[in-house]
Design a protein around this ligand. Sequence first.
Ligand SMILES: *Cc1c(COP(=O)(O)O)cnc(C)c1O
Length: 382
Amino acid sequence: MSVRSYKFVSARRPAEVGASIADVDTPALLLDLDAFERNLHRMAREASRAGVSLRPHAKTHKSPAIALRQIEHGAVGVCCQTVSEAESMVAGGVADVLVSNEIVGRTKIDRLAALARHARIAVCVDDDANVAELSSAAQVHDSILDVLVELDVGARRCGVPDARAVLRLARLIATSPNLRFAGLQAYQGRAQHLREYAARRTAIDAAVTCCRETRDLLDHNDLRCKVITGGGTGTYTCEAGSGVYTEVQPGSYVFMDIDYGLNRTAADEPFRDFEHSLFVLTSVMSRVRPGVAVVDAGLKALAVDCGLPQAATVRGICYIRASDEHGTMTLSPDAGALGRGDKMMLIPGHCDPTVNLHEWYVGVRGNRVEALWPITARGPGL
Ligand SMILES: *Cc1c(COP(=O)(O)O)cnc(C)c1O
């Protein structure tokens, strides 16, 4: 038999506005809008109290709908990690984007320079030749790029190691056509999940010292850092209160995940500045073996790189194994009558890569679906 014409719906919507949670198809990404909005308020308040700008990281959510809500709550713009994220933000109405990363390859540099005709775009460098590439592309597109030098403040990822190297690059940027030297990118990624507050504090104190020395050397050479930016959900209070950083760039705070919930505060309590607002809704597919439920959210609906998800709404359930399309759970006797077809909410171990697996946020308030937001920048970052 030959195939008769058939229309396939990709990126199928898991629900329509107005539906109840029970009617949402699974596996789906649920966003509890009340908790999400409290998270937005809380971070905006903390940044404003400390007198620093807030530039949330959009790599967490990859959605201009969320970016615009962060901006409504006082964010100056967003950070992105890739050119495609930046493009999706600008297309969705975000006017100010910092690509907090190095961009390589002719195609992407060209797209970035083109994008700078539509919005204020800043980007990071740690290499002389990259400065020249950005300058030529910006000249071709007759656009201006703000350029920050990335300083390695202990993360041992990208970035130059010291103030002298920053000075050399900053001079190069300042004298390159169509580029403006904007300041320092100084994100201590490794400090974010150090469990004890004292360890995070020590790591950020070192980063602050490094930034201060670099800023002072640049000042002596008539190169002013308009921004010194860094700080994630785990350390933002340290950077915000440093007197040196002018901007923080936390991402995960909007959603929170199991991993961040394991951090401890200065008072040695669990880190609860923010609430879990992001969940994966899953259905029980099979209940054959006693004490075991198999659900439809596995590796293709949940990232497990920072640990397995946890059940949010039902007690006595333990998610013990993820395979491609299956999650295996053990049920204790008090887990209640969890039957085939029943739905439950899981809190992801790691929010950013979990989001990247989905096409839609299903925004819920109480039991009702209030919004569907597309995850427009999902994917590996082409
Ligand atoms: C991931 C990232 C952030 C945000 O970190 P969270 O831990 O999600 O708050 C900020 N800046 C840079 C450069 C990042 O890579």
